[in-house]
Ligand binder design. Sequence first.
Ligand SMILES: [Zn+2]
Length: 108
Amino acid sequence: MSTVDSATRRQAIEPREISQESATRLRITWADDRVCDYEAARLRRACPCAQCVNEWTGERTLKPEAISNEVEINDLTIVGRYALNFRWSDGHETGIYSFQYLRDLCDG
Ligand SMILES: [Zn+2]
């Protein structure tokens, strides 16, 4: 996976602190002191899993309007040492968000 390669190359992409500020807000403080705030609905719409993105074309099949603005983070876990997995209030839980991807969402 290319995301793992780039994460290895770019050492700075590592969270120092991950805190769930509320049911709809997540804050990540990165090792380089950058602080990023994420809205649950935006993260949910950016889900990179195979149900939400066509694996072969990279095209997003998830429609943004299919996700409620009130979607909440029910749970979040760290996957290995490189990613986060969210359990959403709409029952979805298959997205693996690499730290690199989360950082790109913040910077981009
Ligand atoms: Zn998904």
